[in-house]
Write a protein that binds this ligand. Structure first.
Ligand SMILES: [Zn+2]
Length: 109
């Protein structure tokens, strides 16, 4: 499972426009946006537990990692999603790119 390439590119553009251009720890501009979601439990344990926590869920976070010092910043993917196709896919990058080029009618992920 990974984020679709187009989605990560959109998040990068948005965060850069908001001012994220350098690592807040070391100042390096070598920031890597990962296509691999970081899953964070929210409002309880999302995995089977006793008693079952019905409010629990999982946040799919976009990780931005500094290549110099390793500092990691996490951003809630839901804040960057404005409808449209699913942002998480099990398709390969090439398969996802093919669907993106096909447009909304070809979107299925
Ligand atoms: Zn850094």
């Amino acid at each position: 499972m990974r984020f679709r390439s187009k989605f990560v590119a959109e998040v990068r553009r948005t965060l850069t426009a908001l001012g994220l251009r350098a690592c807040p720890v070391c100042g390096s501009e070598r920031l890597a946006f990962s296509e691999w979601p970081v899953l964070l439990p929210v409002k309880g344990a999302p995995w089977p537990s006793r008693p079952r926590d019905k409010d629990a869920g999982v946040m799919y976070a976009v990780a931005v990692r500094c290549d110099v010092c390793g500092h990691v910043l996490l951003f809630d993917s839901e804040c960057h999603r404005a409808g449209g196709p699913p942002i998480v896919t099990s398709l390969s990058e090439a398969e996802g790119d093919e669907l993106d080029e096909a447009g909304p009618a070809g979107t299925r992920a």
